[in-house]
Design a binder for this molecule. Structure first.
Ligand SMILES: [Zn+2]
Ligand SMILES: [Zn+2]
Length: 390
C-alpha cells in the first residue's frame, strides 16, 4: 500500500480540522485557539508537546527507535486581516479576519502526518513538528528561532510547504537555491525649509527634493545592480504638504525592496542611502533613511531540494513535479529557519481549475483535496530520511 493510500483514511478528519481552523481564523501572535487545537491533537496522538515557543508557536516531538538523528517539519497557523467573501458553511466567523493564504490547510496537513507517524512509527529517530505563528509579516519564524527553537529542538534538516493556486492538485513544485525573495520596507524623511508658495527663494522645497529622490532611486536597479541579478525597488508612498500656498518643510517617501540574496539587498540599501542623502544635499535639504529588512530570501539547500523532489516524484511521478518553477518576488518567513538549518521549501498544487483563486484574495479557500497528499509527503519524507533499520 502506498503512503498516500495509508493516509487516505485520515482525509475526513484532516478536512474537519482544516474547516474548523478556517472558521476560526486568528491573526499573527493571536493564534491561541489554533495553537490550543494543535497542541490538543498532538497530545492525543501521543507526542511530547511544547507550547508557547515564540509566543503562540507549538512544537510536537515524536521519537521512534533509538536513532539520534532529528528533522523538523514546519507549518504556519496565522490568518490575514481580510473580510471573507465566501458563503460556504466553514466561512470565517470573525469579521475582518480570514484564512486567505491556506495556513489552515498547512496546519491540517502537518497534523495529519503527525497522526499517521505517531500510529505507525516506521522510522528511527526524532521528528519535530513545528507550528509557527505570525508568518504574514510579523516575524513568527524569527520569534521561534530567537526563543531557542533549534537549540531546544535540534534538527539536521527542516522542510516546509505552501499551497500554490494555479498548480493542479496532485502536483508539486520545488527548486534548488533561491526560491522566494527577501523583502525590506523603507522610509525616507526629507527635511527642507518651509516657506510661502510664492517665495521659493526663501526656503528649501522638500517636495521637489523628495520627487527627485524618487526618480533617482530608479537608477539603482538599472545602474548599480548587475544585470544578471534580480531586484525590485518600488516607491509606493510619497507624502508632502497640506496647503496650496505653502512649500512644505518636510516630505516622506516609502516603499519596498525585494532581492534573492542578502548581498544584493545590502547593495541596494547602501545605494539608496547614497542617493537619498546626496540628492537631498544637492537641494540644500537633508534626508534620513530608515531601511528595515523584514524577510530573508528563501534559499533551498541543493541536496535537500533534490531529496524533497525525489519524495514528491515517488508520490506523484516525476512528470508531476515541476523542478524549474519561476522565482517568486514575494517573501516567506520560513527563510529565517532556512538560514539556520539546511532544508527545503516547496509548493503543493491547490488546483488550477475554474474557481481557483489567488492567495490573499477574499474568495480564496484551501483545497481539501490536497490534504492527504501533503500529509503523505511529510510522512514519506520522514520514513525515507530516518529509515528504520531492517
Ligand atoms: Zn500569505
Ligand atoms: Zn502563506
Amino acid at each position: 500500500m502506498t503512503t498516500t493510500e495509508q493516509i487516505a483514511p485520515l482525509h475526513a478528519e484532516m478536512t474537519a480540522w482544516r474547516r474548523d481552523i478556517h472558521a476560526h481564523p486568528e491573526l499573527g501572535f493571536q493564534e491561541t485557539r489554533t495553537a490550543g487545537l494543535v497542541a490538543d491533537r498532538l497530545t492525543a496522538f501521543g507526542l511530547e508537546v511544547t507550547r508557547g515557543v515564540g509566543r503562540t508557536g507549538v512544537v510536537g516531538t515524536l521519537r521512534a527507535g533509538s536513532g539520534r538523528r532529528a528533522i523538523g517539519l514546519r507549518a504556519d497557523m496565522d490568518a490575514l486581516p481580510i473580510d471573507e467573501a465566501n458563503t460556504f458553511g466553514h466561512r470565517s466567523q470573525h469579521a475582518g479576519v480570514m484564512h486567505a493564504c491556506g495556513h489552515d490547510g498547512h496546519t491540517a496537513m502537518l497534523l495529519g502526518a503527525a497522526a499517521y507517524l505517531a500510529r505507525t512509527r516506521r522510522f528511527d529517530g526524532t521528528v519535530h513538528f513545528i507550528f509557527q505563528p505570525a508568518e504574514e509579516g510579523l516575524g513568527g519564524a524569527r520569534a521561534m528561532v530567537d526563543d531557542g527553537l533549534f537549540e531546544r529542538f535540534p534538527c539536521e534538516a527542516i522542510f516546509g510547504m505552501h499551497n500554490r493556486p494555479s498548480l493542479a492538485v496532485g502536483r508539486f513544485a520545488v527548486r534548488a537555491g533561491p526560491m522566494m525573495a527577501g523583502g525590506a520596507f523603507f522610509d525616507i524623511q526629507v527635511t527642507g525649509k518651509g516657506t510661502h508658495g510664492a517665495r521659493p527663494e526663501a526656503g528649501i522645497d522638500a517636495a521637489l527634493a523628495a520627487a527627485q529622490i524618487a526618480v533617482t532611486l530608479q537608477s539603482i536597479v538599472a545602474r548599480n545592480i548587475a544585470p544578471v541579478e534580480t531586484a525590485v525597488l518600488s516607491v509606493t508612498r510619497l507624502h508632502a504638504g497640506d496647503a496650496y500656498n505653502v512649500i512644505p518643510q518636510t516630505a516622506t517617501l516609502g516603499g519596498t525592496v525585494r532581492a534573492f540574496s542578502r548581498d544584493v539587498m545590502r547593495e541596494v540599501e547602501s545605494a539608496m542611502r547614497r542617493v537619498a542623502t546626496n540628492t537631498a544635499a544637492a537641494f540644500g535639504a537633508s534626508a534620513d533613511v530608515d531601511f528595515r529588512e523584514l524577510f530573508a530570501p528563501t534559499v533551498n539547500d541543493p541536496a535537500e531540494a533534490e531529496f524533497a523532489a525525489r519524495i514528491c516524484s515517488e508520490l506523484v511521478g516525476a512528470d508531476n513535479v515541476d523542478r524549474q518553477p519561476p522565482l517568486i518576488m514575494a517573501s516567506e518567513d520560513f527563510s529565517f529557519m532556512l538560514e539556520r538549518v539546511p532544508g527545503c521549501y516547496l509548493n503543493i498544487g491547490n488546483g488550477d481549475g475554474a474557481g481557483g483563486c489567488e492567495v490573499h484574495n477574499p474568495g480564496y479557500d484551501f483545497n481539501d483535496a490536497a490534504l492527504p497528499l501533503g500529509a503523505a509527503f511529510y510522512a514519506r519524507l520522514v520514513e525515507t530520511r530516518l529509515a528504520a533499520r531492517a
